[in-house]
Design a protein around this ligand. Structure first.
Ligand code: BGC
Length: 415
């Protein structure tokens, strides 16, 4: 209610002249080395086109803190001009009239023709285009340390049986097989990749997109939960919470052999000077060949008293253009949303991600952990339930399944 009142109040303010020279306030959670550089790349591109970027970065992987800060800024009547709003959080804000429709920009730049249909679906809501798409991340990414693998004569695992073998060999050399963090969003990120591999795209969609409670009792979910617990247990030491960047650092230093994380971790390794052909490699999580578990980054333009609509439209137009996207995604680790992009100059992991996403025969499925499939409260409830299951050794997978079935609400029950 408060949000609806605020939206009405903002809309009723007199229109002020557009101040092109005034910087646009951009709220986001890109604070690691590669994220920072990718955001800088955007701000340089905007500056070259007459738009100044004023940074309002909120640290915290996965955007937990940024989403909270955004909410409180909106409630205080001070929404930023531009915000990294992704997936279902977008529609929540659009519902209360706080997101500027970008239909004119989308029509002018022929987004519907130039961008992937999955991307357009994500940014379209009740007939409006509500955000500017920036890049597509692949969550089902398994990174491995190439030098360690070469030294021990290991090949990147394609199946879980191969993974177990590789893990045993790494352990025998005193190397932790898999980077791990007990942060709930990171647990959820690993889990959804494992789940996709065990369940396959059809059941994954029932679980995550249609959110059928009963499907969560399927034996394939039990297998995924058992595997998740095993993955956490092979560290050889008590798992702890750590930033995803610290986990990536362990991978690069060779104290761990592999890491399951969205390909922003690849961007980070590259920002530290590592190269995919030499220092690390990337394959898909076992069982997820030809599947693309995606998280798509988008920027939304927020309605506010400053009435910066023309500048906001210009931001949307610039960041979604192909040159800006190639420069940004090269650093960020994601891939452009344009279906006519020439990705031949991107790294091999990016090319594979883009090819899979573009191939009509592949399965493209949305990430729950990164807000592509359910609202913030369901996402958090799932992540907390997984965390509880992992940290309470007495909880059986079947009990975790029952709890997950209870926190998953079908989309129709949301409004
Ligand atoms: C975002 C990425 C970001 C990652 C880690 C994801 O939710 O989509 O852009 O790099 O979180 O913070």
């Amino acid at each position: 209610m408060l949000l609806i009142g605020l939206a009405a109040w903002l809309g009723a303010q007199p229109a002020f002249a557009q101040a092109q020279a005034m910087p646009v306030d951009v709220l986001h959670w890109w604070t690691s080395t590669s994220e920072r550089r990718a955001a800088n790349q955007l701000s340089i591109y905007l500056a070259a086109n007459g738009v100044q970027w004023r940074d309002a970065a909120i640290p915290g992987g996965g955007g937990m803190a940024a989403v909270k800060v955004l909410k409180s800024r909106v409630l205080m009547g001070d929404p930023p001009d531009v915000a990294q709003l992704i997936g279902t959080t977008l529609t929540e804000w659009a519902d209360v009239g706080l997101v500027l429709p970008l239909n004119a920009v989308a029509a002018r730049q022929r987004w519907a023709q130039n961008m992937f249909p999955t991307v357009m679906e994500l940014v379209s809501y009740q007939g409006d285009v509500i955000a500017a798409p920036l890049g597509i991340h692949r969550i089902n990414t398994l990174l491995y340390n190439r030098r360690v693998f070469a030294r021990l004569g290991l090949l990147p695992p394609k199946t879980w049986a191969e993974f177990e073998l590789v893990a045993r060999k790494l352990l025998a050399q005193g190397i932790k097989p898999l980077a791990w963090s007990d942060e709930p969003w990171q647990i959820a990120t690993v889990f959804e990749s494992v789940l996709l591999g065990e369940a396959g795209p059809a059941l994954y969609r029932e679980l995550i997109v249609q959110r059928k409670s009963s499907a969560w009792l399927d034996p394939r979910v039990e297998r995924a939960l058992t595997r998740l617990r095993w993955l956490r247990s092979i560290q050889g030491e008590t798992p702890r919470e750590q930033n995803w960047t610290d986990a990536a650092r362990e991978l690069l230093q060779g104290s761990v052999g592999m890491m399951v994380m969205g390909d922003w971790a690849k961007g980070e390794l590259m920002a530290w000077g590592a190269s995919p052909g030499k220092d690390f490699g990337c394959v898909v999580v076992p069982g997820t060949d030809n599947m693309h578990l995606y998280s798509i980054d988008t920027l939304a333009m927020l309605v506010n008293v400053r009435h910066r609509e023309a500048t906001q439209e210009k931001v949307a137009e610039l960041v979604s253009s192909l040159p800006a996207q190639l420069a940004y995604n090269r650093i960020k680790g994601s891939v452009p949303v344009h279906r006519d992009a020439d990705v031949s100059s991107l790294d091999s992991c990016a090319r594979d991600s883009w090819d899979t996403f573009a191939d009509p025969r592949s399965a493209r499925v949305p990430s729950l952990a990164h807000r592509m499939a359910a609202d913030e409260s369901i996402k958090d409830a799932v992540a907390q339930t997984l965390w509880r299951y992992l940290t309470d050794a007495r909880m059986e997978p079947s009990e975790a399944q029952r709890r997950l079935a209870a926190v998953i609400r079908a989309p129709s029950a949301e409004r």
